[in-house]
Design a protein around this ligand. Structure first.
Ligand SMILES: NC(=O)c1ccc[n+]([C@@H]2O[C@H](COP(=O)([O-])OP(=O)(O)OC[C@H]3O[C@@H](n4cnc5c(N)ncnc54)[C@H](O)[C@@H]3O)[C@@H](O)[C@H]2O)c1
Ligand SMILES: O=C(O)[C@H](O)[C@H](O)COP(=O)(O)O
Length: 377
């Protein structure tokens, strides 16, 4: 069996090599001729799996993407050709929550904003949005949710209209898939008209797909509304984002919100498990693959106000490092992909334990647990 895998997918050898030969390639370089005699193709979001790529695929029976998003895969084509497929739902959802928390607490500190009592809109209540809600409530935020597809499918799900979210939210974050057409299209969901509806000093976070926000419209809007704070992890035209926009936003990162070690490991193991079940092979034990986190325990000795929570979150994941790296390298060729390929090891809040010392209080424990930390008893 020949297994062709993106070079940026960890643990492929550990999981797949007992069953075949693993061949590695940079995701953007995977081309039709590489798929001759390949049985299994394992990709990330940068490989477009379409008719052209599969034109020489004579043996392919399985495609897996170690990502949540599937906008790079022609799902209809795979179905027509009888090729099994899976993505990795939820694999990096906690990593994206960590990214949103780290960004939000940083902007709040820079702007001397008390988050308690502010209103935050979450657009897209799937794997990420759902996990984000208790974390935001633990920060004292009032949360408005928007997810029309869920409201259409679930009678008890209340979705606040997007216009209302845009008008009322002090902070708004997007966690929708990129859908270019249909009733729930998300392509340029936020364009000039929607930006005008927002509070001029709001905080806007996009860590889903660049095309969900019209980047040109955002740049024009920022020149007239410099008090808007913007956090962008994803960009139109990756891997060549607009440099002017990069300089205009408050936090800029190269599509790494989901890049925790756990997120990447689960990406591979979810895909592997799907494939293994098709063949009756043993399932993965992803925890056995992950090393122990460096920062296994932290001690809390003061009441967890916003500043303390920010310190705890930043001790695990500090988005400033990613922002600095992106700005520092942004004039160099191919920096975007290079920063992603050489991304430093990052663990999740979920892997971190908090110990309480002199200070102890149940409400504090509950809030810290809601942010995702493990409480050491
Ligand atoms: N930056 C990163 O590193 C990173 C990491 C993970 C995921 N992502 C992106 O984030 C997206 C969301 O991730 P997820 O795991 O929560 O996906 P998910 O599929 O679990 O949830 C997406 C939710 O969005 C809702 N939705 C769809 N269309 C909508 C619309 N028009 N308006 C409002 N809601 C809508 C869906 O009903 C669903 O509940 C992914 O599709 C992926 O593109 C990016
Ligand atoms: O959809 C996802 O899961 C993320 O966007 C994914 O982590 C992106 O990273 P890539 O696959 O490009 O390495």
């Amino acid at each position: 069996m020949r297994i062709l895998a993106d070079e940026n997918m960890p643990y492929v050898e550990e999981l797949f090599s007992p069953y075949g030969d693993v061949i590695r390639a940079p995701g953007r370089d995977i081309c039709p001729s590489m798929l001759v005699d390949v049985d299994v193709l394992l990709v990330r979001s940068v490989t477009k799996v379409n008719a052209d790529l599969l034109s020489q695929a004579n043996k392919l029976h399985f495609v897996g993407t170690a990502t949540i998003g599937t906008d790079h895969v022609d799902l209809k084509l795979l179905q027509q050709r009888g090729i099994s497929f899976t993505n990795a739902p939820g694999c990096n959802a906690y990593a994206v929550c960590d990214y949103v928390l780290s960004s939000l607490l940083l902007i709040a500190e820079r702007r001397q904003l008390q988050l308690h009592g502010l209103t935050m809109g979450v657009v897209g209540i799937g794997n990420i949005g759902t996990r984000l809600l208790p974390r935001l409530r633990a920060l004292g935020l009032q949360v408005l949710v928007n997810d029309p597809p869920r409201a259409a499918a679930e009678p008890d799900f209340h979705s606040t209209p997007l216009e209302q979210v845009l008008q009322q939210a002090d902070i708004i974050t997007f966690h929708v898939p990129l859908q270019r057409d249909g009733e729930h299209s998300t392509f340029h969901l936020i364009a000039a008209e929607q930006l005008e509806m927002m509070k001029p000093d709001a905080i806007l976070i996009n860590a889903c797909r660049g095309e969900v926000i019209d980047n040109q419209a955002l740049l024009r809007h920022l020149t007239r509304h410099p008090k808007l704070s913007v956090v962008l992890d994803v960009w139109e035209n990756e891997p060549n984002p607009n440099n002017e926009l990069l300089r205009a936003v408050d936090i800029a990162t190269p599509h790494i919100a989901g890049y925790s070690q756990e997120g990447k490991a689960f990406g591979t193991s979810i895909v592997y498990d799907h494939w293994a079940k098709l063949h009756g092979f043993a399932l993965a034990n992803v925890q056995a693959l992950l090393p122990k986190p460096d920062l296994a325990a932290m001690t809390l000795s003061a009441a967890p106000n916003q500043a303390v929570l920010k310190q705890l979150v930043q001790a695990v994941y500090d988005v400033r490092n990613d922002d600095e790296r992106m700005r520092h390298h942004s004039q160099q060729p191919e920096y975007f992909d290079r920063l992603r390929k050489t991304y430093p090891l990052r663990r999740e809040i979920l892997s971190t334990q908090i110990q309480f010392s002199d200070f102890d209080n149940q409400v504090a424990r509950d809030d810290i647990a809601a942010l995702g930390f493990q409480i050491q008893h």
